[in-house]
Every structure is written in structure tokens, then in C-alpha cells.
Design a protein around this ligand. Structure first.
Ligand SMILES: C[S@@+](CC[C@H](N)C(=O)[O-])C[C@H]1O[C@@H](n2cnc3c(N)ncnc32)[C@H](O)[C@@H]1O
Length: 219
């Protein structure tokens, strides 16, 4: 499990996430993710306080939401305690310990751009999703922002609430192009992707399917 830099952020995370990403983008990404998940068992990696888990839970029979941070897990459990089909566990996104092909869908929102090894997380997503199941990935990005919006974003960063860190070591911007390349290199197919534009930031967004092995033909 990585050393936890996220624990101290849990109490203010929802407020700070909306402050930096914009409430409009949070709403648009939440709706896009919920629309894209398959209906069965969905695993969410790096669920944080559960902002996006709520929407996923409206669409799925069962959600297993995982996060490395004990404080985030505690917060998410409190927020989503009323949803009996949602379970929150502390777990590392690189090595969940769940069986191969465990899930109909695997989701990661705002995780790939903050982990040092996004390819490693994608390998675990590929392992977890059953053949024919889907991965749904979204990551806030500054790529594609107009100059005016970059200026507004810089202004908000300068005026940010005390304690809010906007950039941490190992973080990298994941543009739509980068996300599509990573997902394709991880072995997924039938990719549908689009950048979701917000007032302050954009989000990369992809849904893709784990291939079903072609049946062998006996001769
Ligand atoms: C930027 S937050 C995103 C939270 C949530 N998905 C959202 O978009 O609001 C990143 C989350 O990933 C978690 N995280 C970071 N590294 C992780 C890892 N290796 N395994 C599981 N969770 C991790 C952090 O604890 C944090 O809650």
C-alpha cells in the first residue's frame, strides 16, 4: 500500500474537488460514468469519499469500491452507509487481491493521473474485468483549456482554501489522447471516448471492453 498522502485530505475532499474541478464538471463526469457502467458487479478503484460511487450504485446490482486511504474509506462508508449493495474496502489499486475476471465492470475516476504507474493500475483493471466486461475511466485534465480558462484556473489556484494542495509528486496530466493510448495498450477494445468540457477543467473519458477470446476451431 502506498504511503498515505490522502488521509489528511479526506475531511475537505468533496469541497476541494468541486473548487478545483468545478461542480459542473463533477456533475457531467458523474452522469457519464453512471451511464457507461454495466449493470452487474462493478469494482471502483480509488473511490475516495464516494462522489462518483453514488451514480455508479444507481446503475449496478453490486458495487465494491476500493481506496488505499483509511480516512477516505471511512468517509465513503459514512456517506454511502444507506446503500446496502455498496461495499467499501481499503485496498491497493495495483493489487486488489480479487480473483481474475471478478467484475462485470471496473471504474477509475481521477486515479490514473495521481498514481506513479498508471499502466500498473490498468493491468489490474484488465485482470479484474471479465471477458466482455467494460472499464470506465475518467481523469480531470487541463489539456484543451482555452487561455481564458487557464487564467481563471490559475487565479483559483492562487486563491485556494488553506491546506489544499493542487499538485503532488508523481502526478501527471492525462489528456484524452494519452488516456485512449493507455487503454488501448492495456489490451481493451471497442473504445468509446470523448473529452468532457467543464467551466474550470476538462475531463478525459473512456469506456472500453475486455476482449472475449475467439473460440478455437477444431479441424
Ligand atoms: C484524486 S482522488 C479521486 C477520488 C475519487 N475517485 C474522485 O474522483 O473523487 C484519488 C484517490 O485515489 C486513492 N489512491 C491513491 N493511490 C491509490 C492506490 N494505489 N490504490 C488505491 N487507491 C489509491 C487516494 O486515496 C484518493 O482517495
Amino acid at each position: 500500500m502506498p504511503k498515505d498522502v490522502w488521509d489528511p485530505l479526506a475531511d475537505h475532499y468533496d469541497e476541494w474537488h468541486s473548487y478545483m474541478a468545478g461542480a459542473d464538471l463533477v456533475g457531467a463526469v458523474s452522469a457519464a460514468v453512471a451511464d457507461a457502467v454495466p449493470p452487474g458487479l462493478v469494482v471502483e478503484l480509488g473511490c475516495g469519499t464516494g462522489i462518483y460511487t453514488r451514480g455508479i450504485a444507481r446503475r449496478c446490482e453490486r458495487v465494491l469500491a476500493l481506496d488505499a486511504s483509511a480516512a477516505m474509506v471511512e468517509k465513503a462508508r459514512a456517506e454511502l452507509a444507506h446503500l446496502e449493495h455498496v461495499e467499501i474496502r481499503q485496498s491497493d489499486a495495483y493489487a486488489t487481491g480479487l480473483p481474475d475476471g471478478f467484475a462485470d465492470g471496473v471504474v477509475a475516476v481521477n486515479l490514473l493521473h495521481i498514481v506513479p504507474d498508471p499502466e500498473g493500475v490498468l493491468r489490474e483493471m484488465r485482470r479484474l474485468v471479465r471477458p466482455g466486461g467494460a472499464v470506465v475511466i475518467a481523469d480531470a485534465t487541463v489539456t484543451g483549456l482555452s487561455f481564458a480558462r487557464v487564467l481563471e484556473s490559475v487565479g483559483r489556484t492562487l486563491r485556494r482554501p488553506e491546506g489544499l494542495k493542487t499538485w503532488r509528486k508523481g502526478q501527471h496530466d492525462i489528456s484524452q489522447t494519452t488516456l485512449e493510448r493507455l487503454v488501448s495498450e492495456a489490451g481493451f477494445e471497442d473504445m468509446v471516448g470523448r473529452e468532457i468540457d467543464g467551466r474550470l477543467m476538462n475531463s478525459s473519458f473512456v469506456r472500453a471492453v475486455a476482449p472475449v477470446a475467439a473460440p478455437s476451431i477444431e479441424t
